[in-house]
Design a protein around this ligand. Structure first.
Ligand SMILES: [Zn+2]
Length: 425
C-alpha cells in the first residue's frame, strides 16, 4: 500500500510528492530538495501513521501541482527523486518498490526468509538498547554484581561468577543478535575459528602473542569502541536495511544504480560511520596479522617474505593505513577480511563531491601530483559500511577468543558453557 502526501520546502517553497510504501517498518527518509538542494529528512511512523519532517512541511495541495516526487520505503531501494508529470507516468515508469524487489527473487520463500531475519534483528535492536548495551556498561565498570540477574533473564545457563563468565554471556548475546544480518553459516565459521585458536597446537605461541598484545592494546578501551560502533550501526539499522537485504540475497549486481538509490540516509552521516568503523578495523588488524604469522610461520613476529613490514616493530612504526599491507589476502585469518585497501584508504583520505540528484560520489585526491579519482554510487558506499560491520563482527570474534585465552591464562575458569547455545534473541 502506498500513502502519499505533498510537502513544501521551507526555503524555496518547492512542492514535492512523497510516496511511502507502507510495510512492516517505520520509514526513515533523507533526500535533497530538487530545487534548492537543502536536506529534507525525517521519519514516517507506521503505527502512529504520522510524518515527522525537517526543512519541509505537509500541505494540502492538488497532486498535479507537485513538481517532483520521491518514493520511500525501508526494505527496498527506490527510484531517485524525479520530476513529476502525472500519476500514470509514475506507474508506467516502474512498478512499486515492493514489486521491483520481489521480482528479483526467483524464490519468494528466500525473500520471506530474509525479511524474517530483518524482523529478528529489529527485536534484537530493542533488547540491545534496553538491556544488552547497559549490561556492557556495567561490565566495563566492573559491576558484575548488578549483571547476574538481568543476564539470567536471557538464559538460565548464564551463571555469572567472574569476568570470564560475563564476557562469554555478553559476547554470545551480541554475536547471536548480529548473526541475523550476517551471511549464512557465520556462527559455524566462528566456532571453527575458536577451535583453531583454543585447541590448536600453536597455543603456546598464541599465549606469547597475547602477552605482547597486552603491552600494545588497551583491552577495555578497544572493547568499549567496538560496542560504540555496534550501537551506532544498530541505531541506524533501518536506514541500511534495503542494502543488507540485497547483499544477503546476492542481488547487489542486479541493481540499476542510475535509476534506483538510497532514500533513507545521507552521505555525510554514512561517511562519518564509514571513517570511524574503518579506523576501528585498522586498529584491530594487529590481531589477524599476528595470528597469520603464528599459523603460517609458527612465530607471531615472523611476517611474510617480501613484505615491507617484516616485524611488529616496523608494523607499529607505520601509519594505521600502511599497516594493512601486512595482511596477506591468502593467509588463514584474512579469509573473512576481503579488504580492498586502495579504495578504502582513498575514501578515508580523499576529498569528495556528491551529486545529490544522481547520488554519484566522486572521491579525488587533491594533494598528490597524479590525481586519482574514484566514483561510486551512494548505494555502493552503503555496501562498504555494511562490509565494515561484517569485518568488525569477525575481528571481534578473534578479539573475544584472545580475551578468553587471556582470562584462562590468568587462572579464571568459565562457570557457563562457552559454546553457542540456542538463545532466543
Ligand atoms: Zn528547496
Amino acid at each position: 500500500m502506498i500513502k502519499s502526501t505533498i510537502v513544501k520546502c521551507n526555503f524555496c517553497n518547492e512542492k514535492i510528492l512523497l510516496r511511502f510504501q507502507i510495510g512492516y517498518f517505520n520509514i526513515p527518509f533523507d533526500f535533497s530538495c530538487p530545487n534548492c538542494d537543502i536536506s529534507i529528512y525525517g521519519i514516517k511512523k507506521i503505527n502512529e501513521n504520522n510524518l515527522i519532517i525537517s526543512n519541509a512541511k505537509e500541505i494540502s495541495e492538488e497532486i498535479n501541482n507537485a513538481k517532483f516526487y520521491g518514493n520511500f520505503s525501508t526494505e527496498f531501494l527506490n527510484k531517485k527523486v524525479s520530476r513529476f508529470n502525472c500519476l500514470e507516468d509514475i506507474i508506467n515508469n516502474g512498478a512499486s518498490p515492493f514489486m521491483n524487489t520481489t521480482m528479483m527473487f526467483e524464490d519468494y520463500e528466500k525473500y520471506q526468509n530474509i525479511m524474517g531475519k530483518m524482523g529478528n534483528f529489529l527485536h534484537f535492536k530493542e533488547k540491545f538498547l534496553k538491556k544488552i548495551k547497559p549490561l556492557h556498561e556495567l561490565f566495563f565498570n566492573k559491576r558484575l554484581d548488578l549483571m547476574a540477574n538481568p543476564l539470567l533473564e536471557f538464559s538460565e545457563n548464564y551463571i555469572i561468577k567472574n569476568c570470564l563468565d560475563a564476557e562469554i554471556a555478553l559476547h554470545q548475546l551480541i554475536t547471536m543478535g548480529m548473526n541475523h544480518i550476517m551471511p549464512s553459516n557465520t556462527l559455524k565459521d566462528y566456532t571453527d575459528i575458536a577451535n583453531k585458536l583454543m585447541l590448536g597446537k600453536e597455543i603456546n605461541e598464541i599465549i606469547n602473542f597475547i602477552e605482547f598484545l597486552e603491552t600494545k592494546i588497551n583491552t577495555k578501551e578497544l572493547s568499549e569502541k567496538i560496542i560504540e560502533i555496534y550501537d551506532r550501526w544498530i541505531n541506524d539499522f533501518e536506514k541500511y536495511m534495503a542494502v543488507i537485504i540485497l547483499s544477503i540475497a546476492n542481488k547487489t549486481d542486479q541493481i540499476d544504480k542510475e535509476k534506483y538509490g538510497i532514500s533513507t540516509i545521507n552521505f555525510k552521516d554514512m561517511r562519518t560511520f564509514y571513517t570511524d568503523s574503518y579506523e576501528l578495523i585498522l586498529e584491530m588488524i594487529t590481531l589477524p596479522v599476528g595470528l597469520n604469522n603464528i599459523i603460517e610461520r609458527r612465530n607471531y613476529d615472523c611476517f611474510p617474505n617480501g613484505s615491507k613490514i617484516n616485524n611488529f616493530k616496523t608494523f607499529f612504526d607505520c601509519t594505521k593505513y600502511q599497516r594493512i599491507e601486512a595482511l596477506k589476502a591468502d593467509e588463514e585469518f584474512s579469509k573473512y577480511l576481503n579488504i580492498n585497501n586502495n579504495v578504502r584508504n582513498s575514501i578515508a583520505h580523499f576529498d569528495y563531491k556528491i551529486n545529490n540528484e544522481t547520488q554519484l560520489i566522486t572521491f579525488y585526491d587533491k594533494y598528490k601530483s597524479s590525481e586519482k579519482i574514484i566514483e561510486m554510487y551512494l548505494f555502493d558506499f552503503a555496501l562498504l559500511c555494511y562490509e565494515n560491520i561484517k569485518f568488525i563482527v569477525y575481528l571481534n570474534e578473534l578479539f573475544y577468543n584472545i580475551k578468553k585465552i587471556s582470562y584462562i591464562k590468568n587462572g579464571l575458569r568459565p562457570n557457563i558453557n562457552p559454546n553457542f547455545k540456542e538463545i532466543n534473541i
